[in-house]
Each structure stands twice: as structure tokens, then as C-alpha cells.
Design a protein around this ligand. Structure first.
Ligand SMILES: NC(=O)c1ccc[n+]([C@@H]2O[C@H](COP(=O)([O-])OP(=O)(O)OC[C@H]3O[C@@H](n4cnc5c(N)ncnc54)[C@H](OP(=O)(O)O)[C@@H]3O)[C@@H](O)[C@H]2O)c1
Length: 345
């Protein structure tokens, strides 16, 4: 009897200790999450995973949209790591500037960086562009589908041409380049295709119906492609979903008419720095992370809420979205306006 009660007591105290350990673990994770700027898999990859410096050095990386913003910063960080680069976008002079800067910041030689002007809309040219890369480097290890444009306009005011342009650029242009590069990777049995989607590739956002649709389309395309390529284990298909990041994205966004540009981009300083976003992307690439959620709080929590509790997400975004629309109508930058008091026009 005495032995039995001792056993029950011991059993209870082990249970208590385990509960306490679990509680401490949960508190630690919550605390970590408050200061996180990427999902847990990404944070693990960045802290304990393989380093981009060891995985990407000497790789041939083709970046679209390399003339500004995230693509430009990708070029700089990859050059510093020692990757060979193909820089593509429409503006050749900007690409030459980025190349010069890459050479200045790294030990790369002139021939390690190919400037390859490319219009994602000109799908007929994509075969020849791919051949040009293969002729220069003999292989493509990583394709980063980064080029794209956003949107700042309400659905009711937006012309159909704008929706068409968003799909042509963000979705079909990306699919086209991918379709030309993929056979080469399948033949080699290795390679990575990574695509810069967005938080709105998973969630919805006012003023971005067409942009969100184009990014959702990319998510669907690449999630399905990944399964199709399951018997090619050397090929990685990944999508990158950043929240707001400092870049030229707002200035370059589509509005309700093709001919109209955004009147004012607003201050971008509150957004995640481009360098931090790109460092996380490279850690994700080095560790073959399939979907990367990158965003400062409260955007990071938004990913989780949208993914796991959509009803709550619709409630919250309904409220916040109205602020965004009011400020947009008052002529203010829609991004800055999310968490500030709505201004009246
Ligand atoms: N910044 C953010 O907050 C954010 C958040 C989530 C996702 N993203 C995504 O990140 C990617 C990069 O955007 P960013 O923020 O770095 O914006 P950005 O500074 O405006 O850069 C966009 C890039 O796309 C290129 N581009 C535009 N139209 C093109 C075309 N027809 N053909 C080829 N290239 C074209 C631009 O170069 P040219 O003008 O020289 O062609 C530029 O290099 C985009 O896919 C965007 O949707 C950005």
C-alpha cells in the first residue's frame, strides 16, 4: 500500500515536471514569435541550417527583376557569397549599374556576371534568353523568379486591361521562363526554381485584387509543379512569401489604368529592410525550404491566422482593410495606413 502511494506520488511529480517544461517551452516559443520575422522553419534554417555561403558559392543563379529592390539586393548578397550571376530585367543601364556594384563588393570577375536584358512580357524571347545563359555558363543551378509589379486600385475602378497585364507579367511571364529552364534542370537531375510570391499569394488584401490573384496563381502553379516533380528529388521548387519590404514596388505598381502611375509612394522605412529579407531568402534556399513566410510582426502573425483560422482572418482584415481603403481614398500611401488612424478625405 505504502509502495503504491510512493509510486503514485513519483508519477505525479514527473507529470508536474513535464507539464512545467512544456509550459516553459510554450512561453519561450511565444516570446520568440513576438520578435520573429519569418516562420519557424525559416528561423530554424537561418539559425541552425546549412549556410548560404557553403550551399550557393559557385552556383549559377539567374535572377529576374535584378534591376531594383529585392532582386538587386539578391544580386549583391549572392555576389558576396561567390555565386555566378545572370541579371535580368528590362532596363539594361540599371543592370549594368548592379553588375558594377556586384564586382565592387565581391571577388567575382567580369565573366562571372552576365547582364541579360529581358522583358517577362515578351514570351517569344524567353527560349533564346535561356539558350544565352546556357551558352555563357553551361548550366543554370538556381532560377529566381523575382520580377513583377504590384497594384494600387479598387476593383470597381480598375480596367480589365490592368488585370490582364498583372496576369501576363506576374503569372504567365514567370511560368514561361520556368518552362524554358526546367527541361535543363530535369535533364541534369538537379536545380532550384524559386519564385517571389507574396503574403497576398496566401491571403487577400484590398487595393490588390489582381496582384493577389496573380500571386495566388503562382502559388497554385508551383505547389502543383512540385508534386509533378516528386520523382526528381534533386529539383527544388520553392515559393517565397514576403510581407512589406523596402523597394520600388509601390512606385512601380499598376493603378486602375495602364497609363496611370501611383501618385505618391509614401515612406517605406517602416517596412522590413531589403537586406534582411534577402538574407532569409538565401537561408531558405540553402536549406531547400519549400514555402518561406517572411515578414515582421504583425504581418507574420497574419500568415498564421490566415492559414489556420480563416474566419478570424476575414474578421480582422475586414476591419483593417477599411482603414487602408479610407487612407488610399484620401491620397495617402495605402501600406503606411494599415495601422494608423484613418484620415478623412
Ligand atoms: N517589396 C515588397 O513589399 C514585396 C512584398 C511581397 C512580394 N514582393 C515581390 O517581390 C518581387 C520584387 O519586387 P520588389 O519589391 O523588389 O519591387 P521593385 O523594386 O519594383 O522591383 C521589381 C523588378 O521587376 C522588374 N520588372 C518589372 N516589369 C518587368 C518586366 N516586364 N520584365 C522584366 N522585369 C520586370 C523591374 O525591372 P525593370 O523595370 O528594369 O524591368 C524590377 O527589377 C515582385 O515579384 C513583388 O511582387 C515584393
Amino acid at each position: 500500500m505504502c509502495q503504491l502511494s510512493e509510486f503514485v506520488l513519483m508519477d505525479t511529480s514527473i507529470g508536474c515536471i513535464l507539464l512545467m517544461v512544456a509550459a516553459v517551452y510554450v512561453v519561450l516559443q511565444v516570446f520568440r514569435f513576438i520578435f520573429a520575422d519569418a516562420d519557424f522553419t525559416m528561423l530554424w534554417a537561418a539559425s541552425f541550417g546549412k549556410k548560404p555561403e557553403s550551399q550557393l558559392r559557385g552556383r549559377v543563379v539567374w535572377i529576374t527583376g535584378a534591376s531594383s529592390g529585392i532582386g538587386e539586393e539578391l544580386a549583391y548578397q549572392l555576389a558576396q557569397i561567390g555565386a555566378q550571376l545572370v541579371l535580368s530585367a528590362r532596363r539594361q543601364n540599371e543592370l549594368e549599374r548592379v553588375k558594377l556594384e556586384c564586382l565592387g563588393r565581391s571577388r567575382l570577375q567580369e565573366e562571372d556576371i552576365l547582364v541579360l536584358p529581358l522583358d517577362l512580357l515578351d514570351r517569344k524571347s524567353h527560349e533564346a534568353k535561356t539558350s544565352a545563359v546556357l551558352k555563357h555558363f553551361g548550366k543554370i543551378d538556381v532560377l529566381i523568379n523575382n520580377g513583377g509589379r504590384s497594384q494600387r486600385s479598387l476593383c470597381l475602378e480598375t480596367n480589365m486591361e490592368v488585370y490582364q497585364a498583372l496576369m501576363e507579367l506576374n503569372f504567365l511571364g514567370t511560368v514561361s521562363i520556368t518552362k524554358h529552364v526546367l527541361p535543363h534542370m530535369v535533364q541534369r537531375g538537379m536545380g532550384t526554381v524559386t519564385t517571389v510570391s507574396s503574403v497576398v499569394g496566401i491571403a487577400g488584401a484590398p487595393l490588390a485584387t489582381g496582384y493577389a490573384a496573380s500571386k495566388h496563381a503562382l502559388q497554385g502553379f508551383f505547389n502543383s509543379l512540385r508534386i509533378e516533380l516528386a520523382d526528381s528529388p534533386g529539383i527544388t521548387i520553392s515559393t517565397i512569401c514576403p510581407g512589406p519590404v523596402q523597394s520600388q514596388i509601390v512606385q512601380n505598381a499598376f493603378t486602375e489604368k495602364l497609363s496611370k502611375s501611383v501618385s505618391q509612394a509614401g515612406d517605406q522605412q517602416h517596412k522590413m529592410t531589403t537586406s534582411r529579407c534577402v538574407r532569409l531568402i538565401l537561408c531558405g534556399l540553402a536549406n531547400r525550404v519549400k514555402e518561406m513566410w517572411i515578414g515582421q510582426q504583425p504581418f507574420l502573425v497574419f500568415f498564421y491566422v490566415w492559414q489556420y483560422t480563416p474566419t478570424l482572418a476575414w474578421f480582422v482584415t475586414g476591419r483593417l482593410g477599411q482603414k487602408r481603403i479610407k487612407n488610399f481614398k484620401a491620397g495617402l500611401d495605402a501600406d503606411t495606413a494599415y495601422f494608423t488612424k484613418p484620415k478623412v478625405a
